[in-house]
Structures are given as C-alpha cells and as structure tokens.
Design a binder for this molecule. Structure first.
Ligand code: SAH
Length: 230
C-alpha cells in the first residue's frame, strides 16, 4: 500500500478532491493512505510563525528552515521526499508510474514565496513542478501529482486495459472516442467503430492517435518518432 505523508500549513485541505471518485474509493479500500502533518505545530513562538522575510530583501515571505526542518525530522522515515515547486522537474506520466511503485512518499507543500533553499539541500529533496505557471500553494499541486499516481495503483482503475491506450502512455495522445447515440446533431460515429472488426478498429485508432499527436503536439510527436527509431 502506498503511504503518503503531506507536510502543509493547511492539513484541512486534504484529502480534498482525492476523496472523490476513483481515488476516494481507493482511499476507503485502503489501496493508499494519507497522513497530514501541520508544519505550524513545529513553530515554537507564541504566534506559531512558519515564515519570515527574505534575506537580501524583496517581496513576500519565505518558509523558515528551522520550523520545516523540525517537521521533516519528526515525520520523515523513508522513501522519496518531494517539494512541490515551479522550479522542479515537470510532472509526467513516466514520473507518475515511477512514484506509483514506491511504498512511501513524503510531500512538502510550499506557501508564500516558497521554502528556504537550505532545507532542500539538507534533506536531498526532489523538486517537482506541475507546469510552467505559479499557484498560491503546493497543496493544489500535490493533489494533482497524487491523483496521477493513485490511478496507476493496482486495482484502482476498473479495467487495466484502459491505462494502456491513454494519452502519454506510448508518447502518443489518445485517439478520438465516441459513444451512443450513434447519430447526434447530424453527425455520425465513424463507420469503422461500428464494424465489429477488432483489428481494423485497432489500426484505425493507432493511426488517429498518430495524426492527433502530430497535429496537436508536434513536440510529443517528435519524441514518439525518436522512440520508434531507437
Ligand atoms: N516564488 C516562487 C513561487 C511560490 S508559489 C517562485 O517564483 O518559484 C508558492 C508555493 O506554491 C510554492 O512553494 C510551491 O510549493 C507551490 N507551487 C506554485 N506553483 C507550482 C507549480 N507550478 N508546481 C508545483 N508547485 C507549485
């Protein structure tokens, strides 16, 4: 079972949307577990302050290394330790698969202008970004990361096959999907999908995935071509 520990100043934000749908059901079924640690509990002053002004000046506040350090020391035992950060390695389906194979994950959620650099160095923390934009906090980012990981855990998705054809699994985006009614607003579902020819449908979908990727994500298409030629 994947055990997740989240260090945050907003523990009440968890499990958040992870408590719904497939990830919520998996949580109930103990396919994964989440513990939150309130970083504020490790502040020693009467105001419970976790942040201070940046050395060298500039806007905003920085999370203090002493408070966060104590929270880590008291709660981290083993496994990968991740700080959600716009400077991190971009979250990818590959990384999600990697993390889904772990037993323990510790995730630090930043607030304000982020955390003191020395904490990142001291605990060998990996930085992971969910994209090139800035959020107000790591809590939202951590839930997105965890959502992508949890749905890959064994038995979380009903049908294991639904994973294989998904976007990014083979450096390709997913082919277009249709359901009933067969005709809607004068538009029909492509005949091939109604033909019952399993092999022809498979070939059509593969070609559609290739065409879609080439058109919508030329950067990804290049990686697909390279992976085929290597
Ligand atoms: N001053 C920082 C941004 C701080 S945003 C900078 O310019 O890099 C506050 C917190 O939100 C961060 O500490 C981080 O934990 C989280 N966060 C913001 N954007 C994120 C992103 N794209 N990916 C992951 N975490 C993010």
């Amino acid at each position: 079972m994947l055990k997740v520990k989240v260090l945050t100043i907003f523990p009440e934000m968890f499990p958040g949307f992870l408590g719904y749908s497939l990830t919520g059901k998996a949580l109930e079924e103990k396919k994964w577990q989440i513990d939150t640690v309130n970083i504020r509990d490790y502040a020693l002053d009467k105001h419970k302050s976790v942040d201070d002004t940046p050395c060298g000046g500039g806007a905003g506040m920085i999370m203090r290394p002493d408070v966060l350090g104590r929270a880590i020391e008291d709660n981290y035992n083993s496994g990968r330790i991740i700080y959600m950060s716009p400077r991190g390695v971009p979250l990818s389906q590959k990384l999600a698969h990697e993390l889904a194979n772990e037993e323990n994950l510790t995730i630090i959620c930043g607030r304000f202008e982020g955390i003191d650099e020395r904490v990142i160095e001291a605990y060998n923390i990996e930085e992971v970004s969910i994209g090139d934009y800035i959020l107000t906090g790591g809590e939202q980012a951590s839930q997105i990361l965890l959502d992508s990981v949890i749905r890959l855990l064994p038995g979380v998705l009903g049908n294991n096959e639904s994973l294989e054809d998904e976007s990014f699994e083979n450096c390709l985006l997913e082919y277009p999907q249709y359901t009933r009614p067969i005709e809607w607003n004068g538009k029909k579902v492509p005949d091939i999908l109604l033909s019952g020819h399993h092999k022809k449908i498979q070939d059509w979908r593969k070609q559609q995935a290739i065409d879609t990727t080439k058109q919508k994500r030329p950067d990804l298409f290049k990686i697909y071509l390279d992976s085929k030629n290597s």
